[in-house]
Ligand binder design. Structure first.
Ligand code: ATP
Ligand code: MG
Ligand code: MG
Length: 341
């Protein structure tokens, strides 16, 4: 493998491109919209996913295709898959694109999720609430991220999301953690230490490692992630979000790609999640994922960027900026990794 095709040109594609270039590989980024990754990649195609001509030229120019964005239309994937291997595979993508499919799959392989009900349309909401109870959370099956497409259901009348949804029982968790795990084409698996995640307004704010939970919990979390990766015959890096409860671990969702809660690995490991993903999809041996520092990762969202002058002067502070232009509320502009000695 010499050239890697990346579907999606956001900050994840950008950081994947940097990691690939350090390994002497080139990236060709395919992105319909604005592309922070385009500034650092070898080549960028700025075309819609409906453009068969552009998709074909993209596939012709690369050896393997991966993605940093899981909502690529099926028609585009069908065409691309007929020309080049897609890693992680289509099943991993299909399962994680749709919250109903995702939770059903997780339960099938013996993993706990929040109780859930299918809510195809608004008329199905009341019966679903009767079954699942209150409080609960209504989430669109597809396309949601950073808490978008979600409605909290408390005591009053319930809003509708406007699209086919799932209703999830509210999990009274003590903590949120995530496991970033890599699996190679040969089935080799390497996991990073689970991180403790804190969200505000549905958006990840900080990830801290070590997560401070007992060894039994972190080991269980890694085993759960490995079970998911094996069941999907997964190749690449995957993020698994979990709720910690007194009754055990509950899987919230999986992301078939590098994950925001794995950004700490840039400052905490010799081989970070981006390099690990590139290694896996390129068929190279995985790094070991061992952590050599304690790290707090903090996202820079919206006008958090005003703090940049101070952050740049702070010792042991690694600053990452995505080159996105104008800050908007809720927009991820960068992140910092603070190394704790
Ligand atoms: P991401 O950006 O991580 O993809 P998302 O839009 O897919 O986010 P979720 O991860 O489903 O959203 O939910 C966002 C946050 O909302 C969770 O990290 C958690 O804090 C809270 N949350 C989601 N589902 C539940 C639940 N069933 N019970 C309690 N809290 C929940
Ligand atoms: Mg999500
Ligand atoms: Mg999430």
């Amino acid at each position: 493998v010499k050239t890697i095709g990346i579907l999606g040109g956001g900050q994840l594609g950008r950081m994947l491109s940097v990691a690939a270039s350090r390994l002497g590989l080139r990236c060709h980024v395919y992105e319909p919209g604005a592309a922070p990754a385009g500034e650092v990649a070898w080549q960028v195609t700025n075309a819609p996913y409906e453009d068969a001509e552009a998709l074909r030229a993209f596939a012709d120019s690369v050896d393997v295709i991966t993605y940093e964005f899981e909502n690529v239309p099926t028609s585009a994937l069908d065409l691309l898959e007929s020309l080049r291997p897609i890693r992680p595979n289509r099943r991993a993508l299909a399962v994680s694109q749709d919250r109903l499919t995702e939770k059903t799959f997780l339960n099938e392989i013996g993993l706990a999720t929040a109780p859930f009900a299918d809510v195809p349309e608004q008329a199905d909401l009341e019966p679903a609430i009767t079954r699942i109870g209150r409080p609960s959370i209504l989430k669109t099956r597809r396309m949601g991220y950073d808490g978008k497409g979600q409605v909290r259901i408390g005591e009053g009348p319930a809003d509708w999301t406007g699209a086919p949804s799932v209703l999830e029982g509210f999990v009274d968790f003590t903590a949120e953690i995530s496991v970033i795990i890599a699996r190679g084409a040969d089935g080799q698996v390497a996991a990073f230490d689970p991180g403790l995640n804190v969200h505000r307004e549905g958006i990840l704010r900080t990830t801290t490692v070590p997560c401070g939970l007992p060894g039994k919990v972190t080991t269980d979390a890694v085993l759960i992630a490995a079970r998911i990766a094996n069941a999907l015959d997964y190749v690449g890096v995957m993020g698994v979000e979990l709720f910690v409860t007194p009754q055990g671990l509950i899987v919230n969702e999986i992301a078939p790609r590098v994950h925001n809660s794995g950004h700490w690995t840039q400052a905490g490991c010799a081989v970070d999640q981006f390099e690990q993903h590139i290694r896996a999809v390129a068929g190279l041996p995985l790094g070991d994922g061992r952590r050599y520092a304690d790290v707090v990762m903090e996202n820079l969202i919206g006008d958090d960027l005003d703090r940049l002058p101070g952050l740049l002067k702070t010792p042991d502070m690694q600053v990452h900026l995505y080159g996105k232009g104008t800050p908007r509320p809720g927009r991820k502009m960068g992140h910092v990794n603070r190394i704790i000695r």
